[in-house]
Design a protein around this ligand. Structure first.
Ligand SMILES: C[S@@+](CC[C@H](N)C(=O)[O-])C[C@H]1O[C@@H](n2cnc3c(N)ncnc32)[C@H](O)[C@@H]1O
Length: 222
């Protein structure tokens, strides 16, 4: 089966089909519930928290995919926004989407979340929607996102976790075999990684197999 790199980096059909599905409200709602028992309205409400972000904030959206997260912004948003993804296909779709929505001031950057090309403490908010279960090394991704966050900055994330039910775990195995998912993790493992990365869990909820959480970067202990 295809590797993660092959799937997300080069399989235009997979990337395009996924992106079409998440941007279409009806397909998204039916698909999310059928696959993961998720109420997609909760996911979209969660993503829409972006609108409450203070003007001038620096935001990292990784992985941006085809631009699901910034679709909740108004054209006159005043954020310093970086949309980052491994996949050139996704970035192309995200750029088209930003253009259609009339969103200006979004920078697009291709790269690997495991080696973010930024200095430490650059961002006020890091959004990571539906990415951690696709990354080859989710713990490394958490470390990198924590590194580039300012102290007091927020990591806002959603992911499919292991251990939410036999049916969902079987689906995760199928997606891993197909090369769509990486190793992913349980909630308990992730909570440990957050602690190790000096991130304090401040808010969370679960719908089906999707865990949604916010964590705030703490002052490093001397
Ligand atoms: C399921 S999609 C989620 C995209 C978007 N956040 C959304 O919710 O629609 C997973 C994304 O992770 C990206 N990705 C996979 N591995 C990556 C990596 N190592 N670094 C950055 N992005 C990666 C893929 O290209 C894909 O766009």
């Amino acid at each position: 089966m295809a590797s993660l790199e092959q799937t997300w980096g080069h399989e235009r059909l997979v990337a395009s089909a996924y992106d079409f599905a998440v941007h279409n409200p009806l397909v998204r709602r039916i698909g999310a519930f059928a696959l993961w028992g998720l109420d997609a309205r909760l996911l979209m409400d969660y993503i829409a928290r972006l609108r409450e972000t203070t003007a001038g904030s620096r935001v990292l959206d990784v992985p941006c995919g085809g631009g699901l997260a910034f679709a909740s912004l108004q054209p006159n948003h005043a954020l310093d926004y970086v949309a980052f993804d491994f996949s050139p296909v996704m970035l192309e779709r995200a750029q088209q989407s930003a253009q259609q929505l009339g969103l200006k001031g979004i920078q697009f950057q291709q790269g690997d979340v495991g080696a973010l090309p930024y200095e430490a403490q650059q961002f006020d908010l890091c959004q990571c929607y539906n990415g951690l279960h696709c990354f080859p090394d989710p713990q490394k991704a958490i470390q990198e996102m924590a590194r580039v966050l300012k102290v007091g900055g927020t990591l806002r994330t959603t992911l499919v976790v292991k251990g939410a039910g036999t049916r969902y775990d079987a689906m995760i195995c199928l997606f891993q075999w197909r090369g769509w998912f990486g190793p992913t993790c349980t909630r308990a493992a992730l909570e440990g990684w957050l602690k190790d990365a000096n991130l304090k869990l401040t808010d969370h909820q679960q719908s089906g197999a999707l865990w949604m959480f916010e964590a705030v970067k703490q002052t490093p202990t001397p």
